[in-house]
Design a protein around this ligand. Sequence first.
Ligand SMILES: [Zn+2]
Length: 284
Amino acid sequence: MKNDWKAWFPPRIMENGVDDYESGAVIDLKTTDGGYEAIVLGSREYHVEIEINGEDISGMYCDCAYADDGSFCRHMAAVLCEIENQEGSTEETAREIGACTLAQAISALPEAYVRGLLIDLAHQDEKLEAKLIHEYEVQCRQRRQEGIRREVRRIRKCYAEMDEIAEHVRGENYVETMKRLLRMHTEMLLERGDHLSAFELVCAVFVQGGNQELSEKESHKLAQACSACWEKIAAQGGSGMRTIMKRWMSEHGSDGTVNPLFEIYAGKFMSKLDEKSVEDRGAL
Ligand SMILES: [Zn+2]
């Protein structure tokens, strides 16, 4: 039912109708073939009929004296309030039931079917498609980063436990293993365009190496390998990535996160990034 009917009643009549409705004077509201009928209690029982055509009110009748000349009376207003109230609560209940059965239906449907349906829907809805792909990328990145952190921790633990090997051999092996890890993973991550994960991997190796008991020679080797990877990432990652890298270098270049030898490499790389941003500006 359309809700512009309130304007049809003179304000005083409307007020009385609302009073009748609120005091519970409308009883016995029933749907009929053409709309509704109800009784409104007053000085006697008034019989009201409302005809509805689609969403429109097409006729109203009351057996009170006021309505005799075709005027719209308070009893009609009261009944319309009651109809609106019931329609509202029916819609609400329908929505509640709908939400409940929808959740039940989805949980009962086979996963393959739901996935297929979601693909169809995403093809029709760009926003949904973008949302799903973004969610996937976030999850992938989180899983990759967790995997990388685990791997770096594992290698360190491995070498920390090798007490029996002479120190310099252990250092050499450690650096070679870390370099191999860097080569393998950074390439794979850069191919995927995941510059952030690649950077995180290199930083993890750099921080760990910068806290390891290594000879000067081995320290240089590892720090150099990290710098080489950073350069690749900076070249491919664009200016947004370079900003992230610069922030990291400025925070960890001299705060004791790594030993002084490694700090020098972070500082050197920082100035390279500065040169690069000068180039960027020049290119514009
Ligand atoms: Zn009436």
